[in-house]
Design a protein around this ligand. Structure first.
Ligand SMILES: O=c1ccn([C@H]2C[C@H](O)[C@@H](COP(=O)(O)OP(=O)(O)OP(=O)(O)O)O2)c(=O)[nH]1
Length: 144
């Protein structure tokens, strides 16, 4: 089993899976914040982690904040490098014209721990054929 060492301020909620089957580890807002329209608000979580080598942390929004709360991650996803030991912060924005309140201790995002390939980059003249029929077509080329 992969172990994720976590450090949090005393008394803060411990990042954990909501359910045993959940892929994501819940991240909590460390303070109450207003997400103002037209701005990116960086929300501290208080959590610091040591992601195992060969893995990356992906910060994803809880879908309930997008659906019903009109919030989005300003950076689409957050990438937490294995070597990063600072606090995980969550960049939030709203597309509604009114501010959205995030309470201290609220679950705002989830951290996925994902194994990654770290290939060296090599410059080539031609790419090897894909062999699976996909080729260069995209953007809906296979129909709906
Ligand atoms: O949503 C995020 C994204 C990143 N980070 C932290 C962890 C990550 O390892 C570090 C750097 O992130 P990234 O590589 O995305 O930032 P950058 O804009 O490329 O800056 P840097 O020059 O620091 O790499 O910031 C967060 O706390 N939350």
């Amino acid at each position: 089993m992969t172990i994720l060492p976590v450090s949090i301020p005393r008394g803060a909620p411990v990042p954990a899976r909501s359910h045993a089957h959940d892929a994501g580890i819940d991240l909590y807002a460390a303070k109450r914040v207003h997400i103002e329209p037209g701005e990116v608000t960086v929300v501290p979580t208080g959590a610091r982690v040591a992601i195992p080598a060969g893995h990356v942390g992906i910060v994803a929004l809880r879908s309930s904040l997008a659906y019903g709360r009109s919030l989005a991650l300003a950076n689409g996803i957050g990438v937490i490098d294995a070597g990063y030991r600072g606090e995980i912060r969550v960049a939030l924005a709203t597309w509604e014209p009114t501010p959205e309140l995030i309470d201290a201790g609220e679950r705002i995002a989830q951290l996925l721990i994902v194994p990654i390939a770290t290939p060296a980059v090599e410059l080539v003249e031609d790419l090897p054929p894909s062999g699976d029929g996909r080729g260069t077509d995209g953007f809906g080329s296979s129909g709906r």
